[in-house]
Design a protein around this ligand. Structure first.
Ligand code: AMP
Ligand code: MG
Length: 421
């Protein structure tokens, strides 16, 4: 088996591999969902207000609805008394007629009586209930929220492509909508491969390890707006792996596998998928060199990631996350790019872009980045990975980073604060 990859496919750069992936994918078909289920989904269509907001003139204050002509000269020294002829709480449909010298008590959000033209806040009165003393004349139309002053029926409330936040859902609800048309969460089938893999917490025999990739990928998929469908660890057995794909295919929109794609003797993923036309080849990156992308028999896209957990994470960030965002109709699929200064020196392989798990700190001198693992970029250093909040990207042709040098950093966590030693 050794040497197969070397002559089977030419290598791709990270950008080339990502471009091929994004070219191959279309956003998922839109679905209408109840507003309460739309958080984090991406809106598929321009969405317009069904009603005027507010849908009626209403009071902005607790106070009294008055005819302004009755109270024009009112001051604390020359107070004006009005008869209170009605109460209009919020939600009330009542519309008390007001004659000269009359007022209605009104609460915030309650509809403005047709005969009133101004609101006097309760603070400018004696708060009376049968008669009220007005201590200050209102401005014209004071404290009235006008119909349609927020948005008019038929106006755009949320544009297509918007990733919905709590405030968007509130806006859509206020504008009369009960459902939104969104791209669904991609269902992502997660398959780990390896005879050595055991469940979280299981006692390990010699040679065994815990299946951290399934946990990592499920969480990363969720963070990217997808819905993980866990299949657990499949032993290194071609037939079992084939059956797993077959059983899951109509339940998922995408497959992500880990392990079994390099040039070892038991590389099941490659053995099962390469005959089906899935592309396997080296991508000029470190870690994450052995990659694969293609389709299962029914057309479901398949990402085959390497096995080492750090490689899995970097590969997910570089390829799977952008793809999952694109499937959701997102146009911006990149992480925030930060121009940082190297806080230490490290080396990088020639001819491969390095994606170094790193810690980015905001310091008085600007953003500073250092590798997350003092031991370097070992792709098996999974607990060091937990310290990282960023990936430092060192271009293919750069073989060493010197302290003080400029480095591009993709931020996936929260920057640390403070000055690095
Ligand atoms: P492979 O490409 O299958 O040879 O895997 C490369 C390395 O990653 C090996 O050391 C595996 O034990 C390790 N590995 C593979 N799958 C997982 C997993 N699901 N969780 C943790 N480590 C894994
Ligand atoms: Mg393996």
């Amino acid at each position: 088996m050794a040497g197969v990859a070397a002559h089977s496919s030419p290598s791709l750069s990270v950008d080339e591999h990502l471009a091929r992936i994004l070219e191959a994918l279309e956003p998922l078909e839109p679905v209408a969902v109840p507003i309460a289920d739309a958080l984090g989904r991406t809106l598929a269509v321009d969405t317009f207000a069904r009603v005027d907001v507010p849908s009626f003139d209403n009071s902005a204050m607790d106070g009294y609805a008055v005819r302004r002509s009755d109270v024009l000269g009112a001051t604390a020294d020359a107070a004006v008394q009005l008869r209170v002829v009605g109460d209009v709480p919020a939600g009330s449909g009542s519309n008390p007629p007001l004659e000269a010298g009359q007022a209605a008590r009104i609460m915030t959000g309650a509809p403005m009586p047709d005969d009133a033209d101004s609101i006097v806040p309760v603070e400018s009165t004696d708060a009376g209930t049968t008669t009220v003393t007005i201590l200050q004349a209102p401005e014209p139309s004071a404290f009235i929220r006008r119909v349609g002053s927020d948005i008019r029926q038929g106006q755009l409330v949320l544009p297509a492509g918007r990733t919905l936040r709590a405030t968007d859902l509130a806006a859509a609800t206020a504008a009369g909508l009960a459902e939104l048309v969104v791209r669904p969460a991609p269902r992502v089938g997660i398959l780990s491969t390896g005879d050595e893999l055991r469940m979280p917490g299981e006692t390990l025999e010699r040679g065994q390890i815990h299946d951290s990739n399934s946990v990592l990928l499920a969480a990363a998929v969720t963070e990217a707006g997808g819905m993980p469908v866990l299949f657990g660890a499949v032993p290194d057995d071609n037939d079992l792996l084939y059956e797993s794909f077959e059983r899951m295919a109509d339940r998922v929109d995408v497959f992500v596998t880990s392990g079994g794609v390099s040039v070892g003797a038991f590389d099941v993923v490659k053995a099962v998928l390469q005959p089906l036309g899935v592309w396997f080849g080296p991508v000029r990156m470190q870690p994450g060199k052995p990659q694969g992308f293609g389709r299962w028999l029914d057309g479901t896209p398949v990402f085959t990631l390497p096995g080492n957990p750090v490689s899995v994470f970097v590969s997910f960030e570089a390829f799977v996350r952008p793809a999952l965002l694109a499937l959701q109709g997102r146009t911006e699929t990149r992480r925030t790019l930060v121009h940082a200064t190297a806080g230490s020196s490290w080396s990088s392989p020639a001819g491969r872009a390095q994606y170094m798990p790193a810690v980015l700190s905001e310091t008085s001198a600007g953003p500073v980045v250092v590798p997350a693992s003092p031991g370097g970029s070992g792709s098996h250093l999974v607990t060091s990975l937990a310290r990282a909040n960023a990936l430092a990207i060192v271009p293919e042709d750069v073989t060493s980073v010197h302290e003080g040098q400029a480095v591009d950093v993709l931020l996936f966590g929260v920057p640390e604060s403070g000055d690095h030693a």
